[in-house]
Ligand binder design. Structure first.
Ligand code: CP3
Length: 342
């Protein structure tokens, strides 16, 4: 079984020789070769130039023998395609060009022409697919509608997503109109990614955990379900809803094949609550990657041991990599998972 087959089989909860490994935000800021490219080109320039996006997507795979690659782009290309551009202010975080404050702002967003506006993502995927051949899996992705809406309504990064949550409670028809536009754009965009060569689609519901339990269905889950429903059955989907691992019924109801799990859960307990055909992805605490290879091996082995009797486990961090991640730690992680034999 090659690495691509191993990855896809694990997504479908079929037996594999060992869990596949890949790491979120892999191109992140911990690689000198990425930082060097960033001295010359902006994030947008890299993401919008297929040859540069190919290069940055491949950088971590040249160093680490992971089973899958994730295409280099950002979840925020969807608000941008809808008419709300984004940027990275000096102090960190995200800044949108404006915040959605009124009905008129929502009416101005246009989900038409998403494929044309984001054609550069399809071009980059085709280049990566050609380079990977059938050897390693290629992950396409998008933000969940709720996570994108938080950036759009707040006008950028925010701590508690207060304005987005307020709109959900105070004006559901307006909230739903915004969500429908985002969802329609995502469905079109993710189909395009699949046609361009993505094997698997991941939805990042990074801010699902900001919602009250009773709001989770209406504000996030139903929109992810609409997207998963619209995608072809033979393309596995991964839903990562950070902090919401207790809401397994809701997450399973999206139809996802795999649930991404953050580091605050015991992965084996989440897996035990799921139907057999739903796999899990996770969940090493990302800060362990900033410590030592010995600690990485110890902590990763704990997770592998706890999961060894289950099919359907993709080894991953519980969230993105920190710029402080050490290269020796990444090497130790991939080696530990690759050599694990239970
Ligand atoms: O692994 C990869 O590099 C794949 C591409 C990828 C990026 N963003 C590139 C990126 C992926 C999968 C994402 C997802 C993403 N983007 C999410 C969901 C996942 C998660 O972490 O919860 C979210 C919420 C975003 C929005 C976003 N983009 C944030 C919050 C930031 C950090 C801003 C900051 O500096 O504080 C980004 C920037 C970003 N997107 C970087 C990368 C590699 C770092 C850019 C840099 O500084 O070079």
């Amino acid at each position: 079984m090659n690495q691509r087959q191993r990855f896809i089989r694990a997504c479908r909860s079929q037996p594999v020789d060992r869990p596949p490994v890949w790491v979120m935000r892999q191109a992140g800021r911990h690689l000198p070769e990425y930082r060097k490219l960033k001295e010359k080109y902006s994030f947008h320039e890299i993401a919008q130039t297929p040859e540069l996006a190919l290069e940055v997507t491949m950088q971590p795979l040249r160093r680490y023998d992971m089973d899958a690659a994730i295409i280099f782009t950002d979840i925020l290309v969807i608000p941008e395609a809808l008419g709300q551009p984004y940027g990275f202010p000096k102090g960190g975080g995200i800044e949108m060009d404006f915040a959605i404050e009124s009905e008129a702002d929502i009416d101005r967003l246009s989900p038409e022409g998403v494929r044309e506006k984001l054609a550069y993502v399809a071009e980059a995927l085709k280049l990566v697919r050609a380079e990977l051949g059938d050897q390693r899996a290629l992950i396409g992705f998008g933000g969940s509608p709720w996570t994108l809406a938080t950036y759009m309504i707040e006008g950028g990064s925010s701590k508690e997503k207060e304005r987005a949550r307020e709109l959900f409670y105070t004006d559901r028809p307006l909230f739903d109109r915004l969500m429908q536009k985002i969802t329609d754009a995502l469905v079109d965009y993710l189909h395009m990614q699949i046609e361009a060569g993505a094997d698997v689609i991941q939805l990042f519901d990074s801010w699902g955990g900001a919602l009250a339990p009773d709001a989770f269905e209406g504000a996030s889950v139903r929109w992810m379900r609409e997207i998963v429903d619209a995608l072809p059955d033979d393309v596995p989907t991964i839903v990562f809803s950070k902090g919401m691992h207790d809401h397994t019924d809701a997450l399973v109801s999206t139809g996802a094949d795999v649930l991404g799990v953050g580091w605050t859960a015991r992965l084996e307990e989440v897996k035990a609550r799921l139907p057999d055909d739903v796999a899990v992805q996770g969940n090493l605490d990302p800060v362990v990657m900033n410590t030592t290879p010995e600690l990485v091996e110890r902590e990763a082995t704990k997770i592998l041991g706890a999961m060894k009797d289950y099919d359907g486990h993709i080894f991953n961090l519980g969230h993105g990599i920190s710029p402080r991640c050490r290269i020796e730690c990444m090497e130790a992680l991939v080696e530990t998972v690759s050599n694990f034999s239970g």
